[in-house]
Write a protein that binds this ligand. Structure first.
Ligand SMILES: Cc1ncc(COP(=O)(O)O)c(C=O)c1O
Length: 361
């Protein structure tokens, strides 16, 4: 069976010596390997800066806090995402306000976002679902008009770009996830990036108890309680070796995605994700839209290809019961979607087999 998602690891010959070095270096906690990983990640992903975090969720929590989100506030968000996006909002004491999504992309509909802004709104949290950039120019405009922050959850979108810029550079803050099944993994980990580099030290304190690195432990003063969200040197070394091959891996996701865009869009009864002409998705997952997603799954299973829906719309969880509202665009998108494999492990033959199976429908 061709899996829908797969863990990608660098060649053993590259990873194991580097891992052995760090494991026996006597320096496992946050240190030079983390700082080196941060610099390399930022450069390769065309970000102004990058902070290594223990997870994407931790990165998101810090981003929300730095955007000023607090108890009693509201954050306009999407329900069409992995749960951590919205759980992180609850961690701040705020509530998500679920805007609707475009039924052809699964991404936030800017008109719905703007209609929900009220006196308690502190931020817009946008997800680039499945690796397809959301309508960032419009969302940036809305955030600026209302004087609120824009936060990009780019957990699915490593390597995507928007108007020739790296994804994650339009929001005031952006986060990436490096957990097991993303384009790239450090086993667990995340990245926080921000437009205003003068706030990096504030973020560094929030990721490490409120303490400042480099100040003697007997003299440092905590003014705000921070968290244990820092990345460690072992994860960072895995990240550094991953970065040596990530360009190729992402290119393969993109090549497969473009092949599907070209061939699946022509199949009667099927539709593909809509995105803006100046966006380049990084196709973490590919999404096929149809009136019978169960039938698409069955046809692909018959030729040895795994496909399915992946995330439960978050508002369906009891913890978000009080935040439920009518989301007709999401209902349509969710009913019609089937995710199919699109990553670096999908060969030319595999993708042709997928298209042929769908054409026979
Ligand atoms: C859209 C989205 N946001 C946030 C996260 C959280 O990332 P992590 O698992 O690294 O905490 C994930 C990954 O699970 C995700 O898919």
């Amino acid at each position: 069976m061709i899996p829908l998602v797969k863990v990608g690891m660098p060649p053993k010959s590259l990873l194991m010596p580097a891992l052995e070095d760090v494991l026996y270096s006597g320096m496992l906690a946050e240190g030079e390997s983390v700082y080196s990983f941060e610099r390399t990640f930022a450069k390769q992903m065309r970000l102004p800066n990058a902070l290594g975090m223990s997870s994407g969720t931790g990165a998101l929590h810090v981003a929300l806090l730095m955007a000023g989100v607090n108890t009693g506030d509201e954050v306009i968000s999407t329900s069409m995402t992995a749960e951590p996006t919205n759980i992180a909002i609850l961690h701040t004491g705020a509530r998500p306000v679920f805007a609707d999504v475009d039924s052809l992309s699964g991404n936030l509909d800017p008109a719905s976002v703007e209609s929900l802004i009220g006196p308690r709104t502190r931020a817009i949290l946008v997800v680039h679902y499945a690796g397809f950039p959301a309508r960032l120019a419009e969302l940036r405009g809305i955030a600026d008009r209302h004087g609120i922050a824009l936060i990009e959850d780019a957990a699915h979108a490593l390597g995507a770009s928007y108007k020739d810029q790296g994804i994650g550079t339009v929001g005031d803050f952006s986060i990436f996830s490096l957990q097991a099944i993303k384009h790239m993994t450090t086993v667990d980990g995340g990245i926080l990036s921000m437009r205003d580099s003068s706030r990096l030290d504030e973020a560094r304190r929030l990721r490490w108890f409120g303490l400042s690195k480099g100040v003697a432990r007997t003299e440092v003063d905590i003014t705000l309680p921070g968290y244990k969200y820092n990345m460690n040197n072992v994860a960072a070394v895995i990240g550094l070796t991953q970065l040596t091959g990530i360009g190729e891996r992402i290119s393969r996701h993109i090549a497969n995605g473009r092949y599907f865009d070209e061939h699946i869009a022509k199949i009667p009864g099927l539709a593909v994700t809509r995105f803006e002409s100046d966006a380049t998705p990084s196709y973490w997952l590919y999404t096929v839209l149809s009136d019978n997603s169960g039938d698409v799954e069955a046809r692909l299973a018959a030729v040895g290809v795994a496909s399915s829906k992946l995330h439960r719309p978050n508002h369906l969880h009891s913890v978000f019961a009080q935040d439920r509202r009518a989301l007709p665009g999401l209902d349509t998108y969710y009913r019609r979607l089937t995710h199919i494999p699109c990553g670096w492990w999908v060969t030319d033959e595999d993708r042709a087999r997928i298209v042929e199976a769908l054409q026979r429908g």
